[in-house]
Ligand binder design. Structure first.
Ligand SMILES: *Cc1c(COP(=O)(O)O)cnc(C)c1O
Length: 379
């Protein structure tokens, strides 16, 4: 929506991104990285978990991130087009047709097959470059990566491709939280054994890395040469039990205003399908936020928002662009009043964690679902 003329008055629904909190969070990880002498990659994939890729990228670099991690080549190109010079890693494999652009824009690809290695090598040779790549090893997530038992064969076939510089090797754990400590330790050992095995045959990878948010916060013994926090930069630990152990702060607020106040008699069905029926004379407020903004539809008859510092329950089905809340118990509400869907108001707060629990999902999903069409304000 960047093309909207500046003078046009925007609607009330906006996401406020607290860049000061974000920078403090990055600095927390900068200190962790400095303590162990490792590199810091700020993972800002998926539109920076919904916070807006480009402004977050600039803030991350300014706060001390050495590198950035994204998922797609398109995200990487967007960053280059917006003057980001730091190394940018693509954490998902590219398709062969994207190899040329990957090389042109100096993006660091993750390689998990010979075909990918050869496509990038060919593009590098045609552009007379030697490009850094990182080998991805599958230690148990069973998503991308080469199987450890195939790593040596892979290197025999692909390590010496002259367009490639094997700058790094890495894995991504399947279950880094406390409950699965043993699984993570086994996966870490598998990575280390694989690296040692390759070193024995002369295949070296200077930057070894494994840890995302949880490992970065909790397991310095697994930091290796680089940490890769993502969601924690935005204020949330993947494991709820770790939240109180860190100083990281949420970055995103979602705010709107009441568009209409209604007083309805008992027995009135509300919203599509009439899944909520008033039990007494009730005062309801219409808020212009819906699942078309990326606000989870599972919060229908199930979530809460803040109005005048008090909680108001969502009643009825959430529509594409609106939801309805019950405000019978809140005095003096009028049209235009502020509604906080994520964030603080008065003495209360609703964080993405609470929404995730109501919607039976994870914080990453709640935040990264927020659509581009939600106007973002950077503070
Ligand atoms: C998403 C991702 C991360 C960051 O994970 P968080 O749990 O959000 O910190 C790190 N590494 C890879 C490969 C990823 O895909």
């Amino acid at each position: 929506m960047a093309h909207l003329p500046q003078w046009v008055c925007r609607g009330p629904t906006k996401a406020e991104v607290n860049l000061a909190n974000f920078r403090e969070n990055v600095k927390t990880f900068r200190r962790i990285a400095d303590d162990a002498g490792t590199l810091l990659m700020a993972v800002i994939k998926t539109n920076a978990y919904g916070h807006g890729l480009v402004p977050i990228a600039h803030a991350a670099i300014k706060a001390g991130a050495d590198r950035l991690g994204v998922t797609t080549m398109e995200e990487g190109v967007l960053l280059r087009e917006n003057d980001i010079d730091a190394p940018i890693h693509l954490l998902s494999p590219i398709i062969p047709e994207q190899a040329e652009d990957t090389v042109t824009y100096d993006l660091t690809a993750s390689v998990s097959s010979c075909e990918q290695a050869k496509a990038i090598h060919t593009a590098a040779i045609s552009q007379q470059k030697i490009v850094p790549v990182h080998l991805k090893v599958d230690t148990g997530l069973h998503r991308f990566g080469i199987a450890p038992e195939y790593a040596l064969d892979f290197c025999r076939w692909c390590y010496h491709l002259s367009g490639l510089y094997w700058e790094g090797i890495y894995t991504h754990f399947s279950t880094a939280n406390n409950k699965y400590r043993k699984t993570t330790e086994a996966q870490f050992t598998l990575l280390m054994d694989t690296i040692t095995g390759l070193n024995d045959y002369g295949y070296h990878f200077p930057i070894r890395h494994a840890g995302a948010s949880t490992i970065a916060l909790r397991r310095p013994d697994m930091h290796l040469d680089m940490i890769r926090p993502g969601i924690a930069l935005f204020g949330y630990t993947p494991d709820i039990q770790h939240q109180a152990l860190t100083s990281i702060r949420p970055v995103m607020s979602l705010k709107s205003r009441i568009l209409q106040v209604r007083s309805l008699p008992p027995g009135t069905p509300v919203g599509y399908g009439g899944s909520y029926i008033t039990t007494e004379r009730e005062t309801l407020a219409v808020v212009p936020v819906g699942h078309g903004h990326g606000y989870k539809r599972a919060l229908s008859n199930n979530g809460e928002v803040l109005i005048r510092g008090m909680r108001a329950a969502i009643v009825g089905e959430i529509s594409l662009d609106q939801l309805i809340v019950r405000i019978t118990h809140i005095n003096g509400v009028s049209e235009g009043d502020e509604v906080v869907l994520i964030g603080e108001q008065g003495a209360d707060e609703i964080f993405a964690r609470e929404i995730a629990e109501h919607a039976q999902t994870i914080v990453d999903d709640v935040l990264s679902s927020l659509m581009e069409r939600v106007y973002r304000v950077y503070k």
